[in-house]
Design a protein around this ligand. Structure first.
Ligand code: ASP
Length: 343
């Protein structure tokens, strides 16, 4: 009898123990799942977007395109696509739309043609690729990725970059493909205005519209990319921040960032790298660091623009000091959100 009681007691203790163990394992599993963060954030340029500026249908079109690109990127992330490829696929959608100042919707140079810039960076490897001043590459972000993957260089420019894209069989188009009446008329308007001025000026008035994307994939890898037509009336081969790694684009194992705005300021303030540096060396959150840069450093200097960023834990920040910024986000913790104006 005594033996049976002892045996039952042992069995009881073992059952309780294994139940506790199971609960513990479930708890750890849940925590691990909760901790896996992934998602993306995109922009379609910061600038003079003010309520009432766009017709309802145009406003709708912007929201739809931002949503389409974000959903596409998110679906790829869910499938396990690496961050770098997600950046390219997402930006390609924005480049193919005339709505944004990148790819098809690129603004005009003073010489009345279109010259496009793009860059991409892989946060896991610190590999980067960029093109500047390309004229016939349909999707400059793909050319930037090709530089990263198939050349020993980081930045190719002008005809050489176009030739490189051709040599790899990327899609090319005549420069006239980038013609849009809206952008051409805007150039004409700016030129007329500047006849009275003696000094050459590219304009930052309205035509911010660069696109960008920052991704945290399911394996915790980060990547960012940016693509633009630059600034209306740009001249003398002017290149902005978008194809400059550390200025318009940056990614490492802590954060991925893409910028938009008055490029000269973003270059001089090394904005994209500054964000990563403040997180790494000052222990700031992505929100603290990006808001400090955009709302204090740049604003005090007179630099207009914004940025989008995502950190290794899926925290997102998208500050801008202009009246608006086309932007969208979706993570495994945040529903799709598209926005144009200040909240
Ligand atoms: N940053 C781009 C440039 O300066 C312009 C923009 O973001 O709209 O070329």
């Amino acid at each position: 009898m005594k033996n049976t009681t002892t045996l039952l007691l042992i069995l009881f203790i073992w059952a309780c123990h294994s139940k506790e163990q199971k609960q513990e394992i479930e708890k750890v599993k849940k925590n691990t799942t909760d901790k896996i963060a992934y998602g993306l954030v995109i922009h379609g340029g910061a600038g003079s977007q003010e309520r009432g500026k766009y017709s309802d249908s145009l406003e709708q079109a912007y929201h739809q395109k931002l949503a389409e690109a974000t959903e596409k990127g998110y679906a790829l992330i869910e499938k396990g696509t690496p961050a770098l490829d997600v950046v390219v696929a997402t930006i390609e959608i924005l480049e193919n739309s005339p709505l944004f100042n990148a790819g098809k919707g690129a603004v005009f140079t003073h010489e009345e043609n279109n010259q496009l810039d793009a860059s991409i960076m892989d946060g896991a490897t610190l590999e980067a690729g960029a093109v500047a001043g390309v004229k016939i590459v349909k999707n400059p972000i793909k050319a930037a990725q090709a530089v990263l993957q198939h050349s020993p260089h980081v930045l190719l420019s002008g005809n050489g970059a176009d030739q490189f894209a051709i040599s790899l069989g990327l899609d090319t188009v005549p420069n006239s493909y980038f013609f849009t009446p809206k952008n051409f008329n805007y150039l004409k308007k700016i030129k007329a205005k500047q006849k009275q001025q003696t000094a050459y000026q590219a304009t930052t008035d309205e035509k911010f519209g660069t696109v960008g994307c920052a991704v945290l994939d399911k394996n915790g890898k980060l990547a960012a990319g940016t693509s633009t037509g630059g600034m209306t009336n740009k001249r003398y081969g002017r290149i902005g921040d978008s194809p400059i790694i550390g200025a318009g684009t940056y990614a490492n194992d802590l954060v991925a960032v893409s910028c938009t705005g008055h490029g000269e300021y973003f270059i001089r303030y090394a904005v994209a790298y500054d964000l990563a540096a403040q997180i790494a060396y000052q222990g700031k959150s992505v929100k603290e660091a990006s808001e400090f840069i955009i709302h204090q450093k740049l604003k005090q200097a007179g630099g207009q623009g914004g940025l989008i960023s995502i950190d290794q834990n899926g925290n997102v920040s998208m500050p801008f000091n202009t009246s608006g910024m086309f932007r969208a986000v979706k993570t495994n913790n945040t529903e799709l959100k598209t926005a144009i104006y200040k909240d």
